[in-house]
Design a protein around this ligand. Structure first.
Ligand code: 5GP
Length: 193
């Protein structure tokens, strides 16, 4: 099989639009894809594992890594909470001849696209409405009233960036959104350009 020429797949969306579920679906469909584990300074949720969901680290360690230029991109996604894609993570996945899947916020996604304009597919997952997004975040049960409001406000702003990405998918019906994503990714994987 031809090598994947250091491709990158970005799945981006406002928080709660369903991008993680779509990313998981895609990774099940295509063994060539591998989840890019981000660094994050927020505390791990109860069902999360360090080194699997995120590389959880202190703010101090995160800042040292910024200084050492270890990130492709990083963002303070929420007040005081930093998230970033480590160069070493992409290298790790490329070494396995696989394609990293970056499940990251809109600003981070724009940065990665600028840094790697070739061989990158960016998919924006669009929620049917801000209300639906709020409902999903509530259902997840991981947010306080304050963090819910922060996420919903940020989401409304992020929706305005839809046209910055290669493709967008409306996530009104999960199965249809997955089918569309699968088609796009299949083409991307098979294109050896
Ligand atoms: P959560 O705290 O719910 O896991 O993630 C919050 C937001 O941060 C989500 O939109 C998620 O996609 C985004 N995120 C996760 N990792 C990264 C990253 O490495 N870089 C950026 N820019 N955003 C990230």
């Amino acid at each position: 099989m031809a090598p994947p020429y250091h491709k990158i797949l970005i799945i981006t969306a406002p928080s709660g639009a369903g991008k993680t579920s779509i990313a998981r679906f895609l990774m099940k469909q295509f063994p060539q894809l591998a989840f890019s584990i981000s660094a994050a300074t927020r505390p791990a949720r109860i069902n999360e594992t360090n080194g699997k969901d995120y590389y959880f680290m202190s703010l101090e360690e995160f800042k040292q890594r910024i200084q050492r230029n270890e990130f492709i991109e990083w963002e303070m996604v929420y007040e005081g909470r930093y998230y970033g894609t480590l160069k070493s993570e992409l290298e790790r996945i490329w070494k396995e001849n696989r394609i990293p899947v970056l499940d990251i916020d809109v600003k981070g996604a724009i940065h990665v696209q600028q840094e790697y304009p070739i061989n990158t597919l960016s998919i924006f997952v669009e929620p049917p409405s801000v209300e639906s997004l709020k409902g999903r975040l509530k259902g997840r049960g991981s947010e306080t009233d304050d963090s819910l409001t922060t996420r919903v406000n940020k989401a409304s702003y992020e929706l305005t960036f839809k046209d910055h990405f290669n493709k967008s998918i409306l996530n009104e019906h999960f199965e249809q959104a997955c089918t569309k994503a699968k088609e796009l990714v299949e083409r991307f994987i098979n294109n050896n350009g």
